[in-house]
Design a protein around this ligand. Structure first.
Ligand code: URA
Length: 281
């Protein structure tokens, strides 16, 4: 992989004057609140943690702190020098949690067809490790895709987030583009959303749309929060429209975008924050 480490793009743009900041970052400071945070002994300065997480420059982070936009364990902290423990404390900017631990890695992979969603294979077939370089052994993957299914896989060394993204209890929606046998009837969406009888019970989609009709084939988009094996293929086949190609384009708030097949990218600070929100972290 080209690079690893901290999430990518910056998160917040602090501009002076935004929220009544008087220019020195200490606007509206309520002294009692400002000093309410007990410093964590041996902790790291809050603005340093924010900057390392990709929120912005240290100066921009100081302005955010002064503007009262930063919370540590649910408390607004307006003091630049506050020392926090990024390993144990929950830090939010504008309500969005930031990945504060420097050792955390969050990666999106556009998995090609013909690749297993494992990190090794006793039969020597291609696996995701082939696309991740030397960080692969440290990563958990959130969910699976079939060998012949392409598209978005999320990988991370944040076990709690990976678990929640995978577990059906958290109901994270996933979106797929499917190339299916057509023509597609007008009520296919209604059938899928109402529920399709499968041999292991009814399965239903959250959303459906026809993206393109092309003679005897159609491209359809299905969103669902089901985690059962081959679920999209089974639902569409049961409705009379077998799938010849399947691509996952979105997991919760994260989209595949223009990431090319076989390529990886680091998730941005915002994307990681939105994933935390999607699973209640
Ligand atoms: N549904 C499928 O049928 N296959 C996948 O890989 C993912 C969802």
């Amino acid at each position: 992989m080209a690079s690893s480490g901290r999430p990518g793009a910056g998160m917040a743009h602090a501009s002076r004057g935004d929220r009544g900041d008087n220019g020195d970052g200490w606007a509206d400071v309520d002294t009692a609140r400002r000093d309410s945070l007990t410093d964590v002994p041996g902790g790291v300065r809050l603005q340093k943690v924010l900057a390392a997480a990709g929120v912005g420059s240290r100066r921009a982070c100081e302005v955010l702190i002064g503007q009262g936009r930063v919370e540590v364990d649910g408390e607004v902290v307006r003091r630049y020098g506050a020392r926090v423990d990024p390993r144990s404390q929950v830090i939010r900017v504008d309500g969005r949690r930031i990945p504060a631990r420097e050792d955390l890695i969050y990666v999106a992979l556009n998995k090609p067809a013909g690749v297993l969603t494992t990190m090794s294979d006793s039969r020597g077939r291609p696996t995701m490790a082939d696309f991740l370089g030397n960080i692969s052994e440290r990563l958990f993957h959130a969910g699976r895709l079939d060998y012949d299914t392409e598209g978005l896989m999320l990988l991370m060394n944040d076990g709690d987030l990976a678990h929640r993204l995978t577990h059906p209890r958290f109901g994270v929606p996933k979106t797929y583009l499917a190339d299916v046998a057509g023509p597609v009837p007008k009520d296919l969406g209604r059938q899928l959303i109402t529920g399709i009888e499968l041999d292991d019970g009814v399965a239903s989609a959250d959303r459906f749309r026809v993206v393109e009709r092309a003679g005897s084939r159609a491209l359809v988009e299905v969103t669902l929060h089901e985690g059962r094996k081959h679920i999209v293929k089974r639902m569409l086949a049961a409705a009379g429209h077998p799938v010849s190609r399947l691509v996952r384009t979105q997991i919760g708030p994260v989209t595949l975008g223009s990431l090319r097949s076989g390529m990886t990218r680091q998730l941005s600070t915002e994307e990681v924050g939105d994933l935390y929100s999607a699973v209640g972290l």
